[in-house]
Design a binder for this molecule. Structure first.
Ligand code: 5GP
Ligand code: MN
Length: 332
């Protein structure tokens, strides 16, 4: 029998020792990033710490139904005081926390809790990085239990949102027995899964529905059916009256097509007056898309990865395509 992973003692002692803990995850937070932050804040508050959640992009619209342990702060000016610890969650590297937090990270101790491959262990006080974990949420569930929290109420809801999103509703290859056991425990403590699913999934705006229809129509099927691509220009979003948030999750649809080995969503954005493109890559099984993202300064997991390129969407496709070909060429 394999030994069960456990929370490193030095991480627990860092979390117990500090009173003012700022909890942050990557910018443009997905449900694992934000759910993990909220859950850790609940757990730390239960042991008397002043835990605050920070994200420079704030709380995403689609997670507004969650009960919060306090406001999600998005500027350093809004902090009531200097924290004595920053807990960095779900960030494959330090830059993922965003520009706003970088000066704070230079002067305040940090802990790094993450499940991405090749995390460079940037935490100054403790690092717990385990790519075998289904979600950062699974790790936070273990921390919460080690801090004697019961997995129920708002804490459990935040954890469920985190774990279910990163595992594709407990169906991707990263789904661990440990994550399923954590959810079983939450259900025993009264978690209403169907109510949460209703709030998370059956809650689309008409804009999102119409945008996805258009993106499905316009999808490019390349490389003899092995690569499905969605190019999302700023014009498309404008014409559909849609936002960046409305595109989240669409890349999973591209992977559903029979024969597709790599799904690629390329979304144009504007930053400081310049165009850039956010790439989201998905694959299955042994096909490794993290290596493609890493070529462009990004990262992630074997079957889900991302990067931001300083190019428009069409040019981003041109430069990425040769690296994507490599994905299936090296798997026997
Ligand atoms: P998504 O495509 O949903 O944005 O991200 C898929 C996975 O790749 C997530 O685990 C996410 O954290 C990671 N990821 C996305 N963009 C980047 C990036 O620019 N850098 C790194 N290191 N990881 C990323
Ligand atoms: Mn994650």
């Amino acid at each position: 029998m394999m030994t069960e992973p456990s929370v490193p003692e030095e991480l627990l002692s860092a979390l117990r020792k500090h009173q003012r803990v700022l909890i942050a995850a990557h910018t443009n937070p997905d449900p694992d990033a934000m759910g993990s932050c909220l859950a850790l804040a609940w757990a730390l508050r239960s042991i008397g710490a002043d835990a605050l959640v920070f994200n420079e992009d704030g709380l995403p619209e689609r997670l507004r139904f969650l009960t919060l342990p306090g406001p999600v702060l998005s500027s350093l000016e809004s902090l009531p005081c200097e924290p004595d610890l920053v807990a960095c969650l779900d960030c494959g590297d330090r830059a993922r926390l965003g520009e706003v937090l970088q000066p704070l990270l230079d002067r305040v101790p940090s802990v790094n809790i993450d499940h991405h491959l090749a995390n460079p262990l940037f935490g100054t006080e403790a690092n717990w990085v385990d790519p075998g974990m289904a979600a950062t949420g699974e790790m936070i569930a273990m921390i919460a239990k080690a801090l004697r929290s019961t997995l129920h109420g708002a804490l459990a809801e935040a954890l469920y949102v985190a774990i279910s999103a990163d595992t594709g509703n407990f169906s991707y290859g990263n789904t661990t027995a440990g994550a399923l056991r954590m959810v079983a425990e939450m259900v025993e403590e009264g978690l209403d899964i169907s109510l949460l699913r209703e709030k998370m999934e059956n809650n689309w705006s008409e804009t999102r529905l119409r945008l996805w229809g258009r993106l499905m129509q316009d999808a490019l099927i390349l490389e003899e059916g092995r690569l499905a691509v969605s190019l999302i220009t700023r014009d498309t979003l404008r014409e559909c009256n849609a936002t960046r948030d409305d595109t989240e999750g669409f890349v999973e649809q591209l992977r559903r097509l029979r024969g597709v080995r790599v799904a690629l969503m390329l979304r144009e954005e504007e930053k400081d007056g310049k165009v850039q493109t956010k790439a989201s890559l998905r694959s299955s099984g042994k096909d490794n898309v993290r290596d493609v993202a890493a070529q462009f300064g990004g990262g992630g997991h074997r079957n889900a990865a991302g990067a931001t390129l300083p190019l428009d969407a069409e040019k981003a496709l041109t430069v990425m395509q040769p690296y994507i070909r490599f994905v299936w060429n090296r798997v026997k």
